[in-house]
Design a protein around this ligand. Structure first.
Ligand code: ATP
Length: 513
């Protein structure tokens, strides 16, 4: 076997009295893609944060990069010298900054005497980094204006900029979590090319297909301990990997589809437009789960903001819920809530949860926001929190735990569980299972189905075709701002085919009353 780029041995981390990583040991060798997987809260981010210098470790453990021992907590200068870099969750780019700024942020080249930023050298380094991965992106462009494929290139170029040619260690920390399926291929191709040059790649991902497709070997964390170190992925399938991650298999029967609800439409979203969306109509019967998807920029991602009333200035169309008709153009968040529209955003940190408050307070806050006149008693808040923790399997199961201290997936569970508590007349979920492990995804789907079965219509806006096929009774595809329903079989292939095809008049949804 070739030289280890990374050797982790006896690594441990304790927060207060809680050991979250214990005696972790594994190796990443030159030129391999090595996946690090585990349930939410199993310690993956903690390990990555130790590798990248964000956290120190308990005494006793060691990290070696190319045979050199890294002093912990790792210092940025040491990481640069040894060639360790990270591509952050969701690419971690700043949309409002240029390509050069995004690639060079954190380690600008400076003039040796004046210590001022040397912009010419920065541009050269950014271009070199892009060239190394075979990409060519306009250096002055604002990253937010670039197509997602180019944003992927910029994020990876930033990751490789400080790596020695053909060497070093690149850590991809859930980098593809929110990437749409149409840019995943590009990401995977660049990652493979990087490893082929000799760089070691450590890939943290909840996407089992991605792990099986991309990684050569996998290390599995369970409850802070490594239960498999460097297992070749060749002999593994999704069920086998699931068993390793959870410690048990998932009950296949629990995932089977339920009969599609029938009955009069409870909700009619009619000719909705705003942002990139121009014409989307969706009808939902009581208890129906309808998915909405499309390629990046097709317009479906604008739907959550339209339905919360956050984008009403540029909106058009109407939303009918029972006897109430809301004009999307004049919709305010207060009116949307009063009509019973609950939207769970994709960006839980910015629009969803108060990170410095506890699980219980976050749940109580949501009740207040929904305009309850009478505040609930403390005991009711406790019961709410206990319900969410139990139903979604939140870890740690402590109502007083601060949201900030929860792993990403457990934060997501609180967000979804909280939304399911109320009795919305329309529940809108944007990427409901991002960042959650394979078991939690099943729990979330079961909870959504159970909720729908009590009569709530649910709209799911998501980019993963497999998730939509698994969860939804019907699927609407958005192409160039216009929606049409997927007809025929609901399969992953049909969704993927459909999102590339423009709407035809026959396929469009009937707009009449
Ligand atoms: N600052 C902190 N204080 C206390 N506990 C923490 C803190 N940060 C993380 N933890 C705990 O450490 C454990 C491991 O969290 P970590 O973020 O490493 O999990 P993870 O495997 O990355 O999960 P996910 O897949 O959900 O991101 C969790 O139980 C979490 O609650």
């Amino acid at each position: 076997m070739s030289t280890p780029r990374l050797t982790v041995s006896g690594l441990a981390k304790t927060y207060g009295n809680s050991p979250v990583l214990q005696d972790a040991a594994f190796e990443v060798v030159a030129g391999e893609i090595h996946a690090l997987v585990g349930q939410n809260g199993s310690g993956k981010s903690t390990l990555v944060k130790i590798l990248t210098g964000y956290h120190g470790a308990d005494p006793g453990g060691a990290v070696h990069v190319d045979g050199h021992r890294l002093t912990l907590p790792a210092r940025p200068a040491d990481l640069r010298r040894l060639g360790v870099s990270v591509v952050h969750q969701d690419l971690g780019l700043n949309a409002g900054d240029s390509v050069v700024d995004n690639i060079c942020v954190g380690s600008w080249p400076r003039h040796p005497l004046t210590r001022l930023i040397d912009r010419r050298r920065a541009a050269r380094q950014a271009r070199d980094a892009l060239e190394r991965i075979g990409e060519d992106v306009a250096l002055d462009a604002l990253v937010g204006d670039l197509p997602i494929a180019d944003q992927v290139s910029v994020a990876i170029a930033r990751g490789v900029r400080n790596l020695p040619a053909g060497g070093g260690l690149a850590v991809f920390d859930e980098s593809t979590r929110a990437l749409p399926p149409d840019s995943l291929g590009h990401f995977h191709a660049l990652t493979r090319a990087l490893a082929a040059q000799g760089t070691g790649v450590l890939l943290v991902s909840h996407n089992l297909d991605e792990v099986l497709d991309l990684a050569d070997r996998v290390t599995v964390l369970r409850g802070g301990r490594v239960v498999e170190a460097g297992l070749p992925t060749g002999g593994l399938d999704a069920a086998g990997l699931t068993r390793l991650i959870l410690g048990h298999t998932l009950d296949a029967a629990a995932a089977t589809a339920r009969p599609a609800p029938e009955g009069a439409d409870e909700v009619f979203l009619r000719q909705a437009g705003g942002g990139t969306l121009t014409d989307l109509s969706v009808r939902l019967a009581a208890g129906e789960i309808v998915g909405v998807t499309g390629l990046t920029g097709a317009g479906h991602e604008d739907l959550p903001a339209l339905l919360t009333g956050a984008r009403s200035a540029r909106a058009g169309g109407e939303l009918r819920i029972g006897d109430t008709t809301l004009d999307l153009a004049g919709l305010t968040p207060r009116r949307a809530l009063a009509a019973g529209v609950h939207v769970v955003p994709a960006d839980r940190g910015r629009h969803g949860l108060a990170l410095e408050l506890s699980i219980e307070d976050n749940i109580a806050l949501a009740r207040l926001r929904r305009g309850r006149l009478r505040p609930l008693t403390r005991r009711a808040h406790r019961t709410d929190a206990a319900t969410v923790i139990e139903e979604l399997g939140v870890r740690p199961p402590l109502p007083d735990a601060l949201i900030r201290t929860l792993s990403g997936g457990n934060q997501q569970k609180v967000l979804i569980g909280r939304a399911l508590l109320g009795s919305p007349r329309l529940l809108v979920l944007h990427e409901p299972t991002q960042a959650v492990d394979v078991g939690a995804r099943r729990d979330i789907h079961t909870a959504i189905r159970r909720h729908a079965s009590s009569g709530t219509p649910v709209l799911v806006i998501a980019s993963d075709p497999a998730e939509l096929v698994e969860l939804c009774d019907r699927i609407v595809l958005v192409h160039d701002g216009r929606g049409r329903e997927l007809t025929g079989g609901r399969t992953v292939e049909a969704v993927l085919d459909g999102i590339y095809q423009p709407a035809t008049p026959q396929g469009a949804i009937h707009h009449g009353n």
